[in-house]
Design a protein around this ligand. Structure first.
Ligand code: NAP
Ligand code: GDD
Length: 336
């Protein structure tokens, strides 16, 4: 019987890491996950959900830990999902963001090279639509493609652009199999509550049950191309199964405002007018905003055969349903 493929996931405790671990385990991979910190509360959750996944301790800012992770996992496929990923946080922590989200990519690529794994390792880099910036002058009508101009608008976007280009540079310089997924926003049940969609669906569930009175939000007009994370990790995996390394946009080709998201989310619990429940919070405003993101996934669809299953109303609906279920589980545990 053939040996199972071996995958190393950095950022395995994050949203995409959870979806990807699920997919790779179902595909029969031996899965290793890099977990940072001496007492990471997400480690126990991860091990409870995926008992066959092997945890390896390490940090993208610690090159020796990455060498050890590669040696221990002996991975054929490395998915680099780890990052400081919150745009607002990156404005307050720009140096950390550069070290993890930018230079961390270089640390991992160098670790592959110095351990002699360049030719036998396929590498996925988690690039982002934040690299485009959403300004009028570089916004194509049908959506950003792999060839659109970059104009990042945050320390996060700038760090990701470094990661994107160093990954491309290692592909071109050393012939490594490195593919960059330029992913537009993707959400779901595993999304952190620091991001706007999950913050809204969590609050909607609580408001509908009388456990919260309102939500504090920043700008409501920005538009995002929102898809479902489960569909997007399948695209990441498809990129590494393809015959050639390349860059691919994953997006839905639709864009919606935060107001649109609020309308659908509140409607799920029978509230037609969300305005009385939303307060403006200046603390959520960013020094520079990305007004609108819209992606064109034609290349991934035609070259990889990538498809998305969940549409925008379906995404909102499943997130609200999930948070209502979480709330009722919590009340179940409180009921004597
Ligand atoms: P996420 O939920 O915020 O997860 C980030 C992960 O990175 C967590 O597992 C975190 O671990 C880990 N991490 C942070 N600093 C680290 C360090 N110094 N060393 C090792 N691990 C570290 O992010 P996500 O939404 O799953 O996104 C996955 C990747 O795709 C990220 O690179 C993100 O920037 C990129 N991306 C996301 C989207 C999106 O819409 N979700 C779109 C485009 C690109 P802890 O548990 O220890 O904090
Ligand atoms: N987080 C947050 N919290 N955002 C808010 C809030 C709030 O209370 N109120 C309004 N917003 C607005 C933000 O200003 C932004 O315009 C929009 O909601 C989306 O914010 P986030 O959900 O934090 O996501 P993001 O688009 O900034 O970044 C996400 O998507 C990128 C891909 O385009 C992250 O997942 C990044 O890691 C990812 O690269």
């Amino acid at each position: 019987m053939a040996e199972p493929k071996r995958a190393l996931i950095t950022g395995v405790t994050g949203q995409d890491g959870g979806h990807l671990a699920e997919l790779l385990l179902a595909e029969g991979y031996a899965v290793y996950g890099l977990v940072r910190g001496q007492n990471n509360p997400r480690r126990a959750q991860l091990q409870a959900e995926f008992p066959t996944l092997t945890v390896i301790e390490g940090d993208l800012t610690d090159p020796a830990s990455l060498v050890r992770a590669l040696e221990r996992s002996d991975a054929n496929e490395v998915f680099n999902l780890a990052a400081v990923s919150h745009v607002g946080f990156s404005f307050a922590n720009p140096t950390l963001t550069a070290d993890v989200t930018g230079k961390g990519v270089l640390n991992l690529l160098e670790a592959i090279r110095i351990t002699g794994r360049s030719e036998r390792t396929r590498f996925y880099q988690a690039s982002t639509s934040e690299m485009f910036g959403g300004l009028d002058y570089n916004r194509p009508g049908n959506g950003y493609t792999e060839d659109s101009l970059f104009h990042p608008r945050s320390p996060y976007g700038v760090a990701k652009l470094y990661g994107h280009w160093i990954a491309k540079n290692y592909r071109e310089s050393y012939g490594m199999f490195i593919s960059c997924g330029i992913l537009f926003n993707h959400e779901g049940e595993r999304r952190g509550k620091e991001f706007v969609t999950r913050k809204i669906t969590d609050a909607v569930a609580r408001i509908s049950l009388g456990r919260q009175s309102h939500i504090d939000l920043g700008n409501l007009w920005p538009k995002r191309d929102w898809g479902y994370a489960g569909d997007y990790v399948r695209g990441m995996w498809q990129m590494l199964q393809h015959s050639e390394p390349d860059d691919f946009v994953l997006a839905t080709g639709e864009t919606h405002s935060i107001e649109d998201f609020l309308t659908l989310a509140f409607a799920e619990v029978g509230i037609e007018d969300w305005r009385p429940y939303v307060r403006q919070d200046a603390a959520q405003l960013r020094p520079a905003e990305v007004d609108i993101l819209l992606g064109d996934p034609s290349k991934a669809e035609s070259v990889l055969g990538w498809r998305r299953d969940v549409d925008f109303p379906g995404l909102v609906s499943r997130m609200v349903a999930h948070d209502l279920a979480v709330q009722s589980e919590e009340s179940g545990t409180r009921t004597p």
